[in-house]
Structures are given as structure tokens and as C-alpha cells.
Ligand binder design. Structure first.
Ligand SMILES: NC(=O)c1ccc[n+]([C@@H]2O[C@H](COP(=O)([O-])OP(=O)(O)OC[C@H]3O[C@@H](n4cnc5c(N)ncnc54)[C@H](O)[C@@H]3O)[C@@H](O)[C@H]2O)c1
Length: 161
């Protein structure tokens, strides 16, 4: 993703969700070259904002917080949510309800671009020696993979509409 030169892609305000997570912490310093302001979000405390940043806490399952989070944003790099196999309740909150809140807030706020991180667990029940392609149906290997399959379908729905 970050092989695109910053000079060819620049946003007035870019939102990074899950900024306190593994990938979010790696992306946070690197995304600054792609925007005037980087809005970093997490559900808990984050490192304080540095120059060109703003920190805004939000839980994905909180519709009002997500509406406020998307306000004034040009594009989103979405790294927030449950990233491993877990019980259904946190997956429902972060990856199902949270995804709907994110995409619906983006629609209402006129945000046209979201980068969504899916997972190989969407196709986790294909045999490892089987070559899969994008026309084959998902075969999730757990609640996490199932929630990522939902995320892919949700993104497609908002794009098509
Ligand atoms: N790291 C990988 O190898 C990998 C591989 C495939 C896909 N992904 C996807 O990339 C994204 C980022 O991965 P990561 O490894 O940085 O995950 P991570 O778990 O380190 O970070 C995700 C962050 O989201 C936060 N979060 C969870 N539920 C939330 C909620 N309801 N509201 C607000 N925040 C919430 C967590 O606190 C966490 O800090 C995830 O969507 C993950 O599924 C990661």
C-alpha cells in the first residue's frame, strides 16, 4: 500500500482506526506523508498527538462516536476491530456492528474511500494445496473469518449502491 509515492496521493484529513494496534502503530508515522492532518483513533488511550495529528477516541460499536469520528474526513485506513479468533460478542461488536457503523457514518459524511483489512481466514477452510481465486465462495474457518467475509460483502454493498 505504501509503495505509492506520497506526491501522487494526498488527502486533507486521513483517519486511521485501530491506531494503537499492531499494524496501526506501524502505519501511524508512515501515513503522515499522505495527508495534511492524520486523525488517529483507538478505543483506549493513545500516544498524544504530534504535529499534523489529532487524536479522537471511539468504540466502533458506538454509532454516535463513529459519526463524530468520520466528520471532516477524506479517507479512512480501517485497522480497528477484533483481529483474532474470539468469542462471538466482541466480534459482533467490533467487526459486524462496528463495520456497519463505520460504512454508514462514511456514507452520511460523504467519505468515499475506505481501506479495509480482510483476512486469509475468510478462505481458511480451503485445503492449503488448493489454488483459490476471487470467484470462489468464502469458506471461513471461525467467527473471525466469518466477520471478515461480512466486511467484504458490506464494502461491496456500499460500493455498488
Ligand atoms: N496483523 C496481521 O497479520 C493481520 C492479517 C490479516 C488481517 N489483519 C487485519 O488488520 C487489522 C489490524 O490488525 P492488527 O494486527 O493491527 O490488530 P490489533 O488487534 O493489534 O489492532 C486492532 C485494534 O482494534 C481495537 N479494537 C478492537 N475492537 C474494537 C472496538 N470494538 N472498537 C474500537 N477499537 C477496537 C483493538 O483494541 C486493537 O488495538 C485487523 O482488522 C486485522 O483483522 C491483520
Amino acid at each position: 500500500m505504501l509503495t505509492t509515492p506520497a506526491s501522487t496521493m494526498r488527502f486533507p484529513r486521513l483517519l486511521l482506526t485501530g491506531a494503537g494496534g499492531n499494524l496501526g502503530q506501524v502505519l501511524r508515522p508512515r501515513l503522515k506523508a499522505y495527508c495534511d492532518v492524520l486523525r488517529v483513533s483507538h478505543r483506549r488511550e493513545l500516544e498524544p498527538a504530534t504535529a499534523g495529528e489529532e487524536v479522537q477516541l471511539a468504540s466502533l460499536e458506538d454509532k454516535d462516536q463513529m459519526m463524530a469520528l468520520l466528520d471532516g474526513v477524506s479517507a479512512v485506513v480501517h485497522m480497528g476491530g477484533v483481529s483474532t479468533e474470539q468469542p462471538w460478542d466482541p466480534i459482533l461488536a467490533g467487526n459486524i456492528v462496528g463495520m456497519v457503523n463505520l460504512y454508514e457514518a462514511a456514507r452520511l459524511k460523504g467519505v468515499k474511500r475506505i481501506v479495509f483489512a480482510s483476512s486469509n481466514h475468510v478462505t481458511g477452510f480451503y485445503r492449503q494445496d488448493e489454488v483459490v481465486n476471487t470467484r470462489m465462495p468464502p469458506k471461513p474457518d471461525g467467527f473471525y473469518g466469518l466477520s471478515k467475509a461480512f466486511g467484504e460483502d458490506l464494502a461491496q454493498l456500499y460500493w455498488d449502491r
